[in-house]
Design a binder for this molecule. Structure first.
Ligand SMILES: NC(=O)c1ccc[n+]([C@@H]2O[C@H](COP(=O)([O-])OP(=O)(O)OC[C@H]3O[C@@H](n4cnc5c(N)ncnc54)[C@H](OP(=O)(O)O)[C@@H]3O)[C@@H](O)[C@H]2O)c1
Length: 270
């Protein structure tokens, strides 16, 4: 069975660029009523205009800026969505950030920002909107995680920890909400070409040999998993294989992984 999104109210965090923007375009084409969220209002307005230009009804598009790290803002954001749309069908927790580098060399404030955005953010948005879903006995919570939640990698310690925590949080909720009409989907992309590398300080040149996807392809993976109601999808085959190898032979996996990352670290940044 495929889930349909025509006229569904879908809130997307981090909708101003990258995977979130592409999801907005895809869901706009499917006739969803979109709530576009992120911190930069002008970026959200630009995406709203793009989605409308691609054929969506402009009255079905709502720009709702919100910093997911700010508990009070999230509470007011959720209240205004429910007031303006009357219901929420889908929450896509996509906003995220990273802080690349050796754990002890990255500023501790950057580690905190990663935890606040990736983990506290999804807890607060889900906490604010889940009750309205439960009241109607239907809804979908979607989490954009990362393969690094399953493949903890050097120079991504805190980021990977937040994504592993998202996976555990989502799985826990799936058990807790079983039978109450709430679908839970986690999608774990591999490397995606977006502004994420620049904002997280990731030297992309070092990862030139790592297979990557466009934000549009990653968004298509997220939407496919949503439509099929899948629980956990790893969006690239190489990572899916690596995750299996890690489970079966962690020692061998660690040996290979450390060598790969030693090579990545030796690669010049430009
Ligand atoms: N790029 C990759 O290689 C990759 C790989 C695996 C998983 N992911 C995950 O995919 C998701 C989307 O990333 P992307 O690649 O599309 O990166 P992106 O282009 O940098 O998009 C991230 C979005 O999050 C928003 N955001 C950041 N902090 C926020 C906050 N405090 N409150 C609300 N919105 C916030 C940003 O908008 P504002 O700055 O305007 O708020 C931005 O639109 C993230 O969760 C990321 O961890 C990315």
């Amino acid at each position: 069975m495929t889930i349909e999104y025509r006229d569904a109210v879908v809130a997307i965090t981090g909708a101003g660029g990258g995977i979130g923007r592409e999801l907005a375009l895809l869901l706009g084409r499917r006739g969803a009523r979109l709530v576009l969220s992120g911190r930069r209002q002008e970026r959200l307005e630009a995406v709203r205009d793009e989605v409308a230009a691609a054929g969506a009804r402009s009255e079905a598009l709502m720009v709702a800026p919100c910093d997911v790290t700010d508990t009070e803002q999230v509470r007011m954001w959720a209240a205004s969505i429910l007031q303006r749309t009357g219901a929420i069908d889908v929450l896509i927790n996509n906003a995220g950030r990273g802080a690349y580098g050796p754990f002890h060399e990255v500023a501790v404030s950057s580690h905190d920002a990663v935890i606040d955005t990736n983990l506290r953010g999804i807890i607060h948005t889900s906490y604010a909107l889940l009750p309205a879903m439960l009241e109607r006995g239907r809804g979908q919570l979607v989490f954009v995680s990362s393969v690094l939640g399953e493949l903890p990698a050097p120079d991504h310690a805190v980021y990977g920890a937040t994504k592993a925590a998202i996976n555990a949080f989502a799985e826990s909720l799936a058990h807790e909400l079983h039978g109450q009409g709430i679908g839970i989907t986690v999608v774990a992309p591999g490397l995606v070409r977006s502004e994420f590398a620049a904002t997280s300080g990731t030297p992309l040149a070092r990862f030139a040999r790592v297979p990557s996807k466009s934000a549009a392809a990653a968004a298509a993976d997220v939407l496919r998993a949503m439509e099929r109601g899948q629980a956990l999808v790893v969006s690239d085959w190489l990572s899916a294989v690596a995750i299996r190898v890690r489970r079966v032979t962690p020692g061998l996996f660690g040996w290979i992984f450390r060598r790969l990352f030693a090579r990545v670290r030796r690669t010049p940044d430009d």
